[in-house]
Design a protein around this ligand. Structure first.
Ligand SMILES: [Zn+2]
Length: 93
């Protein structure tokens, strides 16, 4: 029904948590209407995601991996003023 690339986009968005094929189709069709500049901006953000966002090796919190000397730990876990006795665990962010 849709061109192959649109179908691929719908399938990609449908893999997002809480997003089904109908919402995936809305996202894909929306993207056909935005400017090339907006698409480029989105592509730029996505391409930087893995390199610039780290997952803390201790608490799994996300942190800015471009920070110097992070040692794979988030700012909270690197803060020497915080207690290491207690750790608050939550299911989702
Ligand atoms: Zn942490």
């Amino acid at each position: 029904m849709y061109p192959r690339l649109i179908q691929e986009l719908i399938e990609a968005f449908s893999r997002f948590p809480g997003i089904g094929p109908r919402a995936g189709a809305r996202f894909a069709l929306y993207l056909t209407k935005v400017s090339g500049q907006e698409i480029d901006g989105l592509v730029s953000v996505l391409s930087r995601l893995k390199g610039e966002v780290g997952v803390c090796s201790f608490c799994f919190n996300l942190f800015d991996a471009k920070e110097q000397d992070h040692g794979n730990r988030c700012g909270i876990c690197r803060n020497p003023g915080r207690s290491t006795v207690f750790l608050c665990v939550v299911e989702k962010e």
